[in-house]
Design a protein around this ligand. Structure first.
Ligand code: ADP
Length: 637
């Protein structure tokens, strides 16, 4: 804009100066014409006087002429040799003395003595421009000298052209002053805010939303600045909110990761540990180690490092490992390009444990770039143990089933093939054994079924049970058996026992198992006692509660302390070592499970060759109404 203003102002000024110049040119031409006419007029009047040598008349006439013509600056007469004889405004005295003081006129080079027209030129003097007119003085063909007249330029034209010039200059200067002012004003009011806006927009584009513009301006620019500041403020608060939300989300995720039962480790693509949860720390023994920020391969147990090094490098996107893998023909195509891997590793320190490690690649949103690796660590020691126990159980059951089946088959086969050769007593004995073995098989199958039902987390509805009833029923069942064996069964039941909370059939099974065992392991002349009595206990809230304790004691073989803990395990039988009495080894497991379903535990006190006592406590049954009443009274307190 400044450039355009400059060009326009220059053109305008040029035009004005051109106009002034033209006017001055015209003025000069008219001055020349005027001077020439004036010179010719004066010369025609003067020439005869000069020819007569009437110098006084010349002086007088010239004086009159000079004083009557305002525009004549000087008048000079010179003879053909160029010696000045007379000049106005020079004094009279000077003219008179001109004979003594000889002065010569300086004629222009192109001055011609015989020219018809006077010679005219302009020249500058300290008093301004002057038009010199040189008129040759001729009289009857004689050259008498030269008349030089100096004519002042037309004062009106000079004044008007000067005025025009001054005005043009003034206009030019004022335009420039205005342009300069405009530039300064622009710089202050437009350029600076726009520059600041540019800086602001750039920093916002770079993600710095703290940028504000503090220039108090009105108008559209002011509105723009205001809108910019508002936008930056909104973006900043939006960002703060986003950061807050992200932090909250991160905290939530970290809490989630830290509370999950599985170990979780997050790795960067450089295999540096980014996040480790407490479970992973515990599994790898990193409780007092700073592993975050370090390469995980330097901290994993050696067995894990050996197994995971290559898969970790492959999953981290390391080109070398991928290339190596793609050349590995032993890997199937799926394996070569999969996102995760699963490993089962046994750790020997500090205790022997089995862990399962799952490696999964973490991708960016577009699922194109690997951002890291998520490592999930599960301690599957218990699972492995349970699996082993299950296999052991199945093999035990198979073994236990095979023994009676084999016996039954052998006896029946013998009877079938050699029945005729056997005596009747022998045949009966064989059938009796086969029958016993069938009973054993039935018991075993029933026990296995009972146990699996009890272990299947099935919930049993407990209700009010009068404990004396299952005890008496058990005694009735075993009375005959005991008599045959010569063992005395005694029941000691406290009178007026309260109802207990339990399951009749299950309790019957417990009592049958315990009394059955006692009879089995007590020799003739021994005693089996069933007791039931009320016990008072202090619970943790310092309230006194009543429970009914049931004991089954015998004066039998007793159980070796080293076997006492194991007898509750499935299929454990001391007889497995001794092989004397029949049994499945499941009875006490069933007892323990049933008592646990009654929210209690079964205890054992035993001494070899003295006897054994199995006991457990049962909760006293509370009427539902009573329960509500109790709850209400507690609430009212
Ligand atoms: P079983 O069918 O063999 O009796 P149990 O689980 O009932 O299986 O008992 C496991 C083992 O515990 C028995 O084989 C026996 O060695 C021991 N045992 C159980 N009760 C008694 C007892 N009253 N006296 C001595 N030993 C016992």
């Amino acid at each position: 804009m400044a450039g355009a203003t400059l060009i326009v102002s220059l053109v305008m000024s040029g035009l004005t100066f051109w106009a002034v110049n033209t006017i001055q040119q015209d003025a000069r031409i008219s001055d020349t014409r005027f001077g020439r006419d004036l010179g010719l007029l004066l010369a025609s009047n003067i020439a005869p006087l000069i020819a007569e040598n009437n110098l006084n008349e010349v002086a007088e006439f010239s004086g009159r002429f000079y004083s009557s013509t305002s525009s004549v600056r000087y008048l000079i007469y010179a003879d053909p040799e160029g010696i000045i004889h007379f000049g106005i405004p020079y004094s009279e005295a000077e003219v008179q003395n001109s004979l003594t003081i000889q002065r010569r006129i300086q004629l222009p080079d192109n001055y011609a003595t015989n020219a018809d027209l006077p010679m005219v030129r302009q020249h500058q003097t300290p008093n301004g421009e002057v038009t010199d007119v040189f008129v040759p003085l001729q009289n009857s063909g004689d050259y008498l000298g030269v008349l030089a007249i100096g004519i002042d330029p037309n004062p009106t034209v000079v004044a008007s052209s000067n005025l025009t010039r001054d005005v043009t200059i003034a206009v030019f200067i004022s335009i420039w002053a205005m342009v300069l002012l405009g530039v300064v004003f622009n710089a202050l009011t437009i350029t600076k805010p726009i520059k600041e806006l540019l800086v602001g927009v750039k920093s916002i584009a770079a993600g710095d939303f703290k940028q504000r513009i503090d220039i108090p301006l009105g108008g559209e620019l002011g509105e723009l600045i205001f809108s910019f500041n508002e936008m930056a403020e909104r973006l900043e608060s939006y960002e703060e909110q986003n950061i807050e939300e992200l932090t909250a989300e991160k905290a939530k995720l970290e809490t989630l990761v830290s509370t999950i039962a599985d170990g979780a480790v997050l790795l960067s693509t450089e295999l540096d540990t980014v996040l480790v949860n407490p479970t992973a720390r515990r599994i790898f023994g990193w409780d007092s180690k700073a592993v975050v920020g370090h390469n995980i391969l330097h901290h994993l147990p050696p067995t894990v490092t050996v197994k995971l090094t290559r898969p970790l490098y492959r999953l981290s996107g390391s080109q070398a490992a991928i290339a190596e893998d793609s050349q590995d023909e032993s890997l199937d195509p799926v394996h070569k390009h999969r996102e995760g891997d699963e490993f089962r590793i046994t750790l020997s320190e500090p205790t022997e444990r089995t862990i399962r490690i799952l490696l999964t690649q973490v991708f960016d949103q577009q699922r194109t770039t690997v951002k890291g690796i998520a490592m999930t660590v599960q301690d599957i020691t218990r699972e492995v143990e349970l699996n082993a126990a299950k296999s052991q159980f199945i093999s035990n059951v198979s073994h236990e089933l095979r023994t009676p089946l084999f016996n039954i088959k052998s006896f029946i086969e013998t009877l079938y093939e050699y029945g005729d050769d056997l005596s009747e007593t022998e045949q009966k004995e064989f059938l009796h054994t086969a029958n016993n073995e069938t009973d054993r098989l039935t018991r075993l199958v029933n026990d296995v079924l009972d146990l699996s039902r009890l272990e299947s987390n099935k919930t049993y509805r407990l209700g009010d049970v009068e404990i004396t009833r299952p005890i008496e029923q058990t005694l009735r069942t075993y009375q005959l058996n005991a008599k045959d064996k010569g063992v005395e069964i005694i029941q000691e039941l406290e009178p007026n026992l309260p109802l207990i909370l339990g399951h009749y059939d299950l309790l019957l099974q417990v009592l049958a198992n315990l009394v059955g065992n006692s009879l089995k392991f007590t020799n003739s002349g021994g005693k089996v006692v069933i007791r039931a009595y009320l016990v008072k206990q202090m619970n943790p809230v310092m309230n006194q509660t009543q429970k009914v304790r049931v004991e089954v004691s015998d004066t039998g073989t007793g159980i070796d302390p080293e076997d006492q803990a194991a007898i509750f395990d499935r299929f454990f039988r001391v007889e497995n070592r001794v092989h004397t009495l029949e049994g499945t080894g499941l009875g006490l497991s069933i007892v323990r499970n049933i008592i646990e379903k009654h929210h209690s535990r079964v205890h054992l006190i035993s001494e070899v060759e003295v006897g054994s006592t199995f006991w457990f406590d049962l909760e006293v049954y509370q009427e539902p109404e009573m329960l509500t009443q109790v709850e209400e009274t507690t609430r009212n307190k």
